[in-house]
Design a binder for this molecule. Structure first.
Ligand SMILES: [Zn+2]
Ligand SMILES: [Zn+2]
Length: 243
């Protein structure tokens, strides 16, 4: 990882843009690939009809990748200028603790951000496009208003400005984030009933949890966990009943 950081430290604007595009298009293609592969899962349980893919979904999903690339470039420059500090020591335990703490901090911020865009009049318009998907498809995760994509990215950079994490810890978090987002937008459940109960008891968001949000936008604002929905009583009643 240190070698990669040295490359970034010495790279010019053009190289950083290319790196950013490669990384973000890579994440996009991995998400689409995983979604397509999981489609062949033998014992999946369908949650509802799949949202048809529109041409405008494809365009908007590509714009989201470009927005994510912009956030990435900003993050690299904030680091180059010494505003974002990266932790150098990285034992396995420390990396795991970093991933866990970054996930939990972002979980709370994303709950607040998500609930705000639903209820604050001026923000609502930015989230409406995502909710044109009353069901979900392989692009739903990326069908976001550019302000929303950049808002999420800035929120993460804001956390990194205040707390130093290692580059590898941030990378693992971003992988986890894409994985969770992809699974969250499946229109079917792949976990067996016993695993599903375990995930719910562990307050983890499942495909069903976010699918219910697309169908009933007044509930289930959490992204990684259902903790904040339980505390603030915004969890969908049917999700509680099935626990
Ligand atoms: Zn969604
Ligand atoms: Zn929403």
């Amino acid at each position: 990882m240190n070698t990669i950081l040295e490359v970034f430290q010495n790279a010019g604007v053009f190289e950083i843009i290319i790196f950013g595009l490669l990384i973000n298009f890579g994440i996009y293609l991995c998400s689409l690939g995983l979604y397509s592969v999981l489609d062949y899962f033998p014992n999946k349980q369908t949650l509802g009809d799949r949202q048809p893919i529109l041409r405008s979904d494809i365009v908007l999903s590509l714009i989201t990748v470009l927005c994510n690339t912009l956030v990435f470039i900003l993050g690299v420059y904030l680091w180059k200028f010494g505003l974002i500090k990266l932790n150098q020591e990285s034992s396995f335990l420390k990396i795991m603790l970093e991933v866990l703490s970054l996930t939990l901090v972002m979980d709370l911020l994303m709950y607040v951000f998500h609930r705000s865009v639903h209820f604050l009049r001026h923000f609502k318009q930015f989230h409406e496009r995502h909710h044109e998907h009353e069901s979900t498809n392989l692009l739903s995760l990326f069908v976001l208003h550019p302000i929303e994509s950049i808002g999420f990215g800035l929120m993460m950079l804001g956390v990194l400005l205040f707390f130093p994490f290692s580059a590898i810890g941030i990378s693992f978090y971003l992988i986890l984030n894409s994985l969770w987002g992809t699974i969250g937008h499946l229109n079917y459940s792949i976990l067996p009933e016993s695993w599903l109960r375990l995930a719910k008891k562990g307050y983890l968001c499942t495909s069903e949890f976010h699918y219910l949000h697309h169908q009933n936008p007044g509930y289930n604002f959490g992204f990684y966990t259902s903790i904040w929905d339980l505390i603030f009583k915004t969890i969908h009643p049917s999700f509680i009943r099935k626990q």
